[in-house]
Structure formats: C-alpha cells, structure tokens
Design a protein around this ligand. Structure first.
Ligand SMILES: Cc1ncc(COP(=O)(O)O)c(C=O)c1O
Length: 390
C-alpha cells in the first residue's frame, strides 16, 4: 500500500529562515525553486535516526550510497555509472563555478543560453571569463536551441565551454535526443567542452523523456560533465549537496584536483545519509509530488487562459516553474514586479534570467492548491487595471 503524502497541507514557514518566505507579511511567495511541501517520510525518518544515534562525527560516503546513486540513474535513465564516475560537491552552482577552472582560463569565452538560471551568468562573469549568450528561439510556445547561432558564436568568440541547462530553467524544456545530438556535434567539431546542469532531471513531466548528456558522449567523454542533485528532486535544498558525474579518468582527476584546492569534495553527514535514503526510498513521494504539480500546472494554465488571456504562457515539460510573458500588462520589469508585490504575491522577475526575460515573470506552482489559487487571484488583482482598460 502506498503511503499517501498530504500535499494540501499548508505549513507556515515564516520565521524559519526560509529564503522563499522572506517577507514577514502575508505575501504569497511563488518564486524561488523550492516547494512548500514537507519532505518524504523516509527522508525525515533518516534524519531522526541520525539524531537518535547522536554522534555527528566526520562522515564519508558509503558503498550503499554509491550503489543508490548508480541504481537510480541506471534504472530511470539508462545512465551507467561506476563508483569512480561520481564526485560530490556542496552544490550544483559551486560546481558550475569549479568548471571554469577545469575547462577554461581567465578571459576565455563561455557560452550560455538566454534566458538562463541566473547563476550561469554570474559565475562566468565573477570568474573573469567572457560571457557569450545565444538566445533561445521561441517556436509554437516552446524554446528551442538556435544551433546556427550557437555555432556562429562558438567560432566568433573561440568558445571553450558551453554550459547547458537540461531540463531548462526557466523555460521548462526537456531537450530531445535530436537536439542534444546536434549540439554535441557542433561542440565536438569546435572542441568545446560541455557541462550539463541536470538538477531538474527527476522532475520531468508526463510525456517527456530526460536524456542525460553523458549517455550521448561516447568518444567525447573527456569534455563532458553532468551536474545533478537530490535536493531539487526531493525538495531538500536546505540540506545542500550535489554530484558531479564524468566518465573520463583524466578529467575526473582534474576535477578532483580543482576540488582539493579548497577542500570542496565533502558533504556533511545529513547530506550523505539523506541522499541515500532519497534515492532508495523517495520514489513513491516523488511520483505523488509530480502528479500534484501536474494538477497545479493545469489549474494555473486554465486560470490564466480564463482571467489573464494576454499572458503568454510557456507550458513546462519539466519542473514546477512556469515562464510567463507579461508584456501585455506592464511596460517595464520593475513595474511588473511592483504591481505583483503591491497585490502581495511574489514571482521572479524574468529580466534576472537575461535580456530574453524582458517583461517576463517566472511562477512557481509547487505549493498547496489553496495557496496557489490565492496567489493566482492576487496576480489577477495586480493586473486588473490593465484588464479593465483593455
Ligand atoms: C538549473 C539550476 N541549477 C542549480 C540550482 C541550484 O543548485 P544548488 O542549490 O545545488 O547550488 C538550481 C536551483 O534552482 C537550478 O534551477
């Protein structure tokens, strides 16, 4: 019998240091990629077990943890990993930064898409690399890689590294095998390394298939790295912890050397134990969470079509983030954000994801349905002056 999780439960997170619930008033936060759901019972039990044991000393990854990671990725995605292919890292974003030193020198060009999860841009620039962007093309309401533009930019700027986001944040695309193979071909032709941020992999929605980049990389494994984590999948971002996957021995050695410079290869006791429990026992919770998220996405798309039809909505293929083109409801980004803020609902301003995010907003629907409904009503209120005028 499956244990049914109550995703309808509204949990007050204010006053807990929650990043998402940072306003002390009754603003509904529908922004940062964090779900308002309790973690899976087996994960909470694991934490309790560790606390009951009571000794919180230095900890290393166990054989059982490696096996849990290997099993999860082979059974779900056909990604065959050996223990030696797996490194640990405090987070995917720290790993993105680390990859600058693995694959590039100061001043080298790094290519990313626009729009993109904000730290992609920040880490390139903060590490004194040259940021080169290729805008995603919108075709029939979905983003696509502009392969011609990507190749032209690689040649023009002598790009050394391409940072891919698969599934894509904020657009929610799960890149297809054809798209990824075409991208790989271009990168191979111009000797460009690929780092694929796959943190949203397990949140792929019905009808879509996530392809780990490493499954395509045979013959080019010395230039391909995947970054992923259990934190997004199981909503345990506060625990912190992630993995780096690579298949080439020399490349793995190089990554380890970079990690050693700052002793950044270890996780804490809770991260290791929770990671194992999540991969061994978390699937039932994940399936229920995804079903709930799918329902919330449908509810949101129906609401927006009925109440704010001039918002152009990008239906996500993965994750719980919906990319909204709000250009009909405001002339500048700050104005859009402020209107929503005045109506006591918070979304991410699209402009933070690059120039392509101009007049767009990112909406997080991973919360109890009642909270989402109230948040949507507030979005309607925020834009109602424009609705009435039109
Ligand atoms: C694409 C992407 N990469 C990385 C992260 C964060 O990873 P971490 O918390 O492991 O640094 C997020 C969080 O939303 C994300 O969306």
């Amino acid at each position: 019998m499956p244990v049914l999780h109550n995703f309808d439960e509204i949990i007050d997170r204010r006053g807990t240091g929650s990043l998402k619930w940072h306003y002390s008033d009754d603003t509904i936060p529908l922004w940062v990629a964090d779900m308002d759901f309790k973690a899976a019972k087996p994960i909470l039990n694991t934490i309790e077990r560790v606390v009951q044991h009571g000794v919180l000393g230095y900890t290393k990854p166990t054989e059982a943890l490696y096996q849990a990671i290997v099993d999860w990725h082979s059974s779900r995605y056909g990604l065959l990993l050996a223990k030696s292919n797996i490194l640990f890292s405090p987070g995917v974003v720290p790993s993105l930064a680390l990859m600058m030193n693995v694959f590039t020198e100061i001043g080298d060009a790094v290519l990313i898409n626009d729009p993109i999860y904000t730290p992609f841009m920040a880490k390139v620039e903060q590490n004194d690399r040259k940021l080169v962007t290729s805008a995603l093309k919108e075709v029939e309401g979905q983003y696509h890689l502009d392969l011609d533009d990507i190749e032209a930019k690689i040649v023009e700027h002598n790009v050394k590294l391409y940072l891919l986001c698969n599934p894509h944040n904020p657009g929610g695309r799960v890149w297809t095998r054809d798209e990824l193979e075409a991208l790989l071909l271009i990168c191979k032709k111009h000797d460009v390394a690929i780092v694929s941020d796959e943190i949203h992999q397990d949140l792929t929605l019905n009808g879509h298939t996530f392809i780990p980049f490493l499954t395509l990389a045979e013959g080019y494994e010395h230039k391909v790295v995947s970054l992923t984590s259990m934190t997004k999948t199981f909503n345990i971002a506060g625990i912190k912890g992630s993995m780096i996957f690579a298949k080439d021995e020399a490349l793995l050695k190089q990554i380890s050397q970079q990690q050693n410079l700052n002793d950044e290869y270890e996780l804490n006791l809770f991260a290791y134990t929770v990671m194992q429990s999540a991969y061994e026992e978390g699937e039932e919770w994940l399936e229920q969470a995804l079903a709930y998220i799918e329902k919330n996405i449908e509810l949101t798309l129906d609401f927006l079509a009925g109440h704010l039809p001039d918002i152009k909505v990008m239906r996500p293929e993965a994750s719980y983030l919906i990319w909204l083109d709000c250009s009909a409801y405001g002339q500048d980004d700050q104005m859009l954000y402020d209107k929503l803020r005045d109506a006591k609902v918070e979304l991410n301003a699209g402009i933070k994801y690059g120039d392509e995010g101009y007049l767009k907003m990112r909406l997080n629907v991973a919360c109890p349905e009642a909270l989402l409904r109230e948040g949507l009503n507030r979005i309607y209120t925020a834009f109602s002056d424009v609705v009435k005028d039109s």
